[in-house]
Write a protein that binds this ligand. Structure first.
Ligand SMILES: Cc1cc2nc3c(=O)[nH]c(=O)nc-3n(C[C@H](O)[C@H](O)[C@H](O)COP(=O)(O)O)c2cc1C
Length: 379
């Protein structure tokens, strides 16, 4: 995977050199972005030679390449080690005043932060509140180790050993060795050569689920139905425009299928080959499409198949709608969500099985992480 390693200006910045080497040995590509102050503690030649990449932290160089956006969007994982108190405060407040912070704000990648500082700074209420804010946004903050500090005193605040940082970053990969297929977006059924019957699904939830599964070490296939948003690096993308194309793309063995795409219930019986003109008038004959998720569950009973139910109901009523869908389709989990989730970055869902239901709400990225955790528990 492509790791963006941010290094900030603390005494432990020199230890990041070990981390660059370790990431490389594990087969990852490392893009190092130090802050201006980090370069007071560790030299560019060290960082460039170990990472094998040229480093230029001036955001206003090569402006035409918009490097901060490129760095952020191309990263599969962002690690900040060491992270200063100042850096965490700026990130918590969204202050994008250097290349590193701009790249982070532009990114959708999961973030791991390894704070290191004097015990007093670590325990300071401002720092602790910033840690809480960052954690509440889904950023993983590794607690610093305790021991001898820079001066003569000791306490919590040391950057943990490289091996411990690696374990923290990678150990929670609950889906390692598992294949996860996610469908995302909305199908389009042609009326003629230029028109179609579509829906308002943006695919954000499917992409967030694919990203969360990837973060947990799964091998992820994203079946993209007319997606107009970027897909995460590291997933295999298969394009499918219509219900039939989606059915073909889904016909595969997988440990988990998450059916997040909005699939048309109808298709036009006989789409027109050319472009229909206004003067011709038009009566469309629609025929029902196949129930893809039910068909899949029947063909691949060993797969943990997860469907979605979009409904105007909420609370207990939504749970009932989801349970009914569980029974009808013969699948293991139905995620009930409300119409307000369409085309929004926030959602509220009921994760429903025969035995239980769990409510999640918030940004789709965080809800997706919670759903993936539930799925990994169910496997
Ligand atoms: C010798 C020295 C050591 C420092 N060590 C740390 C440290 O370990 N952690 C920390 O949060 N700040 C430390 N600082 C303060 C940061 O360098 C300072 O807050 C700086 O503005 C951080 O910049 P940055 O976050 O943009 O890299 C240290 C400063 C000095 C002079």
């Amino acid at each position: 995977m492509r790791i963006l390693l941010g290094i900030t200006g603390g005494i432990a910045a020199y230890k990041a050199a070990n981390l660059i080497r370790a990431f490389g040995e594990l087969g990852h590509e490392v893009e190092v972005v130090p802050t201006q102050n980090a370069l007071r503690f560790v030299g560019l030649p060290t960082l460039e030679s170990l990472s094998g990449n040229k480093i230029d932290i001036d955001m206003y160089h090569d402006v035409s390449e918009v490097r901060h956006v490129e760095l952020g969007t191309q990263a599969d994982l962002i690690v900040i080690a060491p992270a200063t108190a100042s850096f965490m405060a700026r990130l918590a407040a969204g202050i994008a005043d250097d290349l590193l912070l701009n790249a982070i704000l532009a990114s959708n990648a999961p973030i791991v932060i390894c704070p290191a500082m004097h015990t007093g700074m670590w325990l300071n209420a401002a720092t602790q509140q910033n840690v809480e804010t960052l954690s509440s946004r889904g950023i993983r903050v590794m607690p610093p180790a305790a021991g001898r500090l820079t001066g003569k005193d000791s306490g919590a605040g040391r950057l943990p050993e490289t091996q411990d940082i690696l374990e923290f970053i990678f150990k929670e990969q609950r889906l390692s060795g598992k294949s996860v297929t996610v469908t995302a977006g909305g199908t389009r059924e042609p009326i003629d050569a230029v028109r179609f019957i579509g829906n308002a699904s943006s695919g954000q939830m499917g992409v967030a689920l694919a990203t969360a599964a990837l973060d947990q070490g799964a091998s992820v296939t994203l079946i993209a139905c007319n997606l107009e948003i970027p897909t995460p690096k590291g997933v295999t993308v298969v394009e499918a425009g219509t219900v039939v194309e989606l059915q073909v793309a889904m016909d595969r063995k997988t440990d988990v299928l998450i059916m997040a795409a909005a699939v048309s219930d109808f298709r036009v019986a006989e789409p027109h080959a050319g472009k229909l003109s206004r003067s011709a008038g038009m009566t469309l004959k629609l025929v029902p499409t196949e129930d893809l998720v039910a068909g899949f569950a029947k063909k691949y009973p060993e797969t943990l198949t997860i469907g979605f139910a979009l409904s105007e109901s909420a609370g207990e009523e939504l749970i009932e709608v989801a349970r009914e869908k569980l029974r009808l389709k013969g699948i293991c989990v139905v995620i009930g969500n409300s119409l307000s989730a369409l085309n929004s970055s926030e959602t509220q869902v009921q994760y429903v099985t025969q035995k239980e239901s769990t409510y999640f709400h918030g940004p789709k990225r965080l809800v997706a992480q919670s759903i993936i955790t539930k799925i990994s528990e169910a496997l």
